[in-house]
Design a protein around this ligand. Structure first.
Ligand SMILES: *Cc1c(COP(=O)(O)O)cnc(C)c1O
Length: 502
């Protein structure tokens, strides 16, 4: 299977090249030229497999330049019961709200308690094998700018992975105390964490600049290293996300919740559009998904886009209690637009150029019509997010984090508006303990809250009796290893020094 750029169909690469390179030279994203199609027999065979078996099947159909042994090795190392707290890394919780059943796909049982582990636990293995195939054994240097969850998940994924080094930059005042402590206590001999005096955009701009400075690349090459990226537009981050939708469908059938072949809806709390796009890709492979319900917080650029066909990022940026969805440019939407425009690289390029220059574009009537047939866009604000957490806990004793609660709220809106009660999978993207403060405010609105993040975790545990995930519980007594802070315009020097090649 080959891949091409969304902005230049003539740019054709192998899977290993797509993963090693991350983004195409023309600025486009790599997409598979076709999707494997699973018939009834193929799905029936997957019903009998466990998560790892399902993952191996999907990976082998997309990564045709990997051997079966290589794929098995990646999957076995990534999805261990030890790292994901059980044999199924993505279990479904069956609960209810307003008397209607909810199927919540919990994607946060990995080492950092957010769904990014599902991809970032396997990406380092895919990447090192890809680099071996494409770049005669250079060491990969991964630079990450993070607003919280990605940085920790990438550190945990790349820790002690041979032939890699990882450096994470975060805005000094732009991450939660828990996220900061998670990163600064990171173990591993190949990791480094540094705060930036500035906001997330400054960190992101700094990383991009280092990536594209030829003198830096030359210096790395002289020392047998090269830059690589772990961000969410890398095909190696998207592919692992297709697996859990297919696996969840199999689990619903095996658990007697739906009949084999029955249609489902999916509901996804969306930021960069990677997670929901993966469910769309699963449907292109034959998974019977009727509606893709795209849930946003007050940064509702995608809701407006689905409803009007106009994408316009020129708007107020809200800082919300679901910070991983505080995004105005959803990078992975480009891949959907490419597909919906009939694989037109010219059209995709036109829209993405308009986005860059004017912050805005409008899609054709055809694309708009298709979007509205398959997608539903909705949003809710912080108050509604917390009411949803409270209602779900009160009725069913199920504790949702703020991102998951946005999805549940928008799903309720969808059902009220359409009457469509097709069984749905709701993606749950973080442990409630990762956002203890906002979750506590929701379930105990009248109580005084402690200052310290870990005291909040304890209080939430006492109030709800929900188990605290071991990786978060264990953080309390861990000493910080990293405390560096640097100016945004000194990031390049910092990187060269950290690599001992200044
Ligand atoms: C990253 C993230 C999201 C958004 O996912 P996208 O794939 O970027 O749409 C939602 N919730 C949490 C907790 C996240 O970390």
């Amino acid at each position: 299977m080959l891949y091409n750029s969304t902005q230049n169909a003539a740019e054709v690469v192998s899977a290993a090249q797509a993963i090693a390179q991350g983004i195409s030279k023309d600025g486009g994203l790599f997409v598979p030229q076709e999707f494997p199609h699973y018939d009834e027999a193929a799905f029936k065979a997957l019903l009998k497999e466990d998560y790892k078996g399902r993952a191996k099947k999907v990976f082998s159909d997309f990564l045709s330049d990997f051997t079966r042994e290589e794929i098995d090795d990646c999957v076995e190392k990534a999805y261990t019961a030890e790292k994901f707290g059980g044999e199924n890394p993505a279990p479904i919780a069956y609960t209810a709200l307003n008397g209607k059943s909810l199927n919540i796909l919990e994607l946060w049982h990995g080492p950092t308690c957010a769904f990014k582990d599902m991809a970032l636990q396997i990406l380092p293995h895919l990447l090192t094998k890809s680099l071996k195939k494409t770049n005669d054994g250079k060491d990969a240097v991964i630079l990450v700018a993070t607003s919280g969850d990605t940085g920790k998940a990438a550190l945990e994924g790349f820790k002690d992975v041979e032939h890699t080094k990882i450096l994470v930059f975060y805005p000094v005042n732009g991450v939660s105390p828990m996220q900061k402590h998670q990163m600064n206590t990171q173990e591993g001999s190949n990791v480094r964490v540094c705060a930036i005096k500035g906001n997330f955009d400054d960190a992101q701009t700094g990383v991009k600049k280092i990536f594209t400075t030829p003198a830096v690349a030359e210096k790395l090459a002289e020392n047998n290293m090269l830059f690589s990226s772990a961000n969410s537009i890398n095909w190696g981050r998207l592919l692992p996300q297709i697996v859990y939708y297919i696996s969840a469908y199999c689990d619903l059938v095996n658990d007697g919740k739906i009949a084999f072949g029955e249609e489902i809806n999916v509901v996804v709390p969306t930021g960069n559009f990677g997670n929901i796009l993966a469910s769309y890709y699963a449907s292109l492979m034959g998974l019977p998904i009727k509606k893709f319900i795209c849930a946003s917080n007050s940064n509702n650029v995608l809701t407006d886009f689905i409803n009007t066909g106009v994408y316009d990022k020129n708007r107020h940026f809200f800082t919300t209690i679901s910070p991983s969805m505080d995004i105005l440019v959803s990078s992975n939407l480009e891949r959907l637009l490419y597909k919906l425009s009939g694989n037109s690289d010219a059209t995709t390029k036109e829209w993405m150029t308009a986005l860059k220059t004017e912050g805005k574009y409008e899609v054709s009537d055809d694309v708009k019509a298709f979007m509205q047939e398959k997608f539903f866009g909705g949003f809710c604000d912080d108050g509604a997010t917390q009411s949803t957490i409270r209602a779900l806990f009160k009725e069913s004793h199920y504790l949702a984090d703020t991102h998951t609660a946005v999805a549940v709220n928008v799903y309720e809106q969808y059902v009220a508006k359409t009457g469509d009660v097709t069984p749905a999978i709701i993606a749950s993207t973080a442990s409630p303990y990762k956002f203890s403060h906002s979750v506590l405010e929701a379930v105990a609105p009248s109580e005084a809250l402690p200052e310290n993040e870990f005291d909040m975790v304890d209080m939430l545990h006492e109030l709800t009796d929900m188990p605290v995930p071991a990786p978060l519980a264990g953080l309390k007594d861990k000493a910080a290893r990293f405390s560096d802070v640097t100016a945004a315009d000194e990031m390049q020097d910092y990187v060269l020094k950290a690599l001992s090649i200044e």
